[in-house]
Design a protein around this ligand. Structure first.
Ligand code: TDX
Length: 337
């Protein structure tokens, strides 16, 4: 099977490429990535010949919103796994247009190529499209929860999801959608919560918690997410949406205290900073449908074990993150967070 991975030099996409290389050696993988600040060629080092890797993956630099480039690539592959997106909420509050362009125009461009060439699409999305839950709400998000996004980022992801659903219904394209909860793991950009705090501690700076820190996220290790995507590709029903989650609900204070403890620092060694405008309170995923229809089960049952491995990765890979850290903290200083 020839698989085109959009956004394959980003966090989840690059981990998907490495995971698929390991578990599906018969697949041919091509990456298209616009190589924005959020991408890192070195994430793909084991598979890129120019970085001393085995040369098993081709990296094409370009945007998913580039219709002629996308048309040629889609024509040459059997399936497209669409990770490419602008993904950081804080950036979408500061500058929303790149989110509309990548997430909405990019997904539209891909859908049109998929329709022309009769290929299969798997569209990667987020639980944020459903808005947020109260802390004490007994319900979790399911595939039937109505979309209700809060931020420019989540609105563009909800828009993209709806485009995919419309192309399935109106044009009969072969596609599936997955909405996953918060990912963590190696190769995540240091602007995100967990790597920002790990690298702060490694740099001798205190972690920065927005507002009260009582906001809850449903954490999943990136390899568990990508194994679920592979399960949907192989066992999912065309036209369906699947929610991916690993029952990893923790509030931000619990995560920061766990990181401080893992890294041998006092549990109260963090700062509270200004809250994010419109900050979603809680996300929580019910992944019963995925578990009923595929044999996928998360391998990292325990968030703490996953965090320990992630801390080790950042400690051992300073070269990978150091330059991005300087840029990212410059942006946070400007935003006052
Ligand atoms: O320094 C920080 N301090 C802090 O308290 C940062 C960067 C974040 N936070 C909080 C905000 C959130 O409650 O931590 C939580 C997680 O923040 P992010 O890592 O920015 O993730 P979130 O906004 O929850 O969105 C993430 O999960 C869903 C991804 O960035 C999205 O792309 C994905 O769709």
């Amino acid at each position: 099977m020839r698989v085109l991975v959009t956004g394959g030099a980003g966090f989840i996409g690059s981990n998907f490429v490495l995971r698929a290389r390991e578990t599906r050696p018969d697949w041919t993988l091509t990456v298209i990535d616009s190589m924005t600040y959020a991408a890192n060629r070195h994430s793909l080092a084991p598979v890129l010949s120019e970085l001393g890797g085995d040369g098993s993956v081709r990296l094409v630099e370009g945007s998913v919103a580039d219709a002629s480039l996308v048309d040629g690539l889609v024509a040459d592959h059997d399936i497209v796994v669409h990770f490419a997106a602008e993904s950081h909420n804080d950036n979408s509050l500061d500058s929303p247009w790149p989110f509309v362009e990548s997430n909405i125009v990019g997904t539209f461009t891909l859908l049109e190529a998929i329709r022309r060439h009769g290929k299969r699409l798997h569209h990667i999305s987020t639980d944020e499209v459903y808005g947020d839950l109260e802390l004490d709400d007994p319900e979790r998000f399911t595939e039937r929860t109505p979309v209700n996004p809060s931020s420019p980022y989540s609105a563009t992801k909800a828009g993209a999801d709806l485009l995919v659903r419309a192309w399935i219904r109106s044009f009969g394209i072969h596609a599936t959608v997955s909405n996953c909860s918060n990912n963590y793991g190696p190769r995540q950009h240091v602007e995100k919560f967990i790597p920002r705090q790990i690298t702060n501690i490694l740099d001798g700076t205190k972690p920065k918690v927005y507002g009260s820190g009582l906001n809850v996220r449903d954490w999943i290790h990136v390899d568990d997410h990508n194994d679920a995507v592979i399960a949907i590709l192989e066992q999912g029903r065309l036209g369906e949406t699947y929610l991916i989650g690993a029952d990893g609900e923790r509030n931000n204070l619990e995560i920061v205290r766990m990181l401080l403890e893992i890294m041998g620092k006092p549990a109260d060694g963090f700062d509270h900073v200004d809250d994010r405008p419109g900050h979603d309170l809680r996300y929580a995923i019910d992944s019963s449908k995925l578990r009923a229809e595929t044999d996928w089960r998360p391998q990292y049952g325990d968030v703490r074990a996953g965090l320990e491995a992630t801390v080790e990765w950042y400690a051992a890979n300073r070269d990978w993150w150091e330059a991005a850290k300087i840029e990212s903290e410059r942006t946070y200083a400007r935003l006052g967070r």
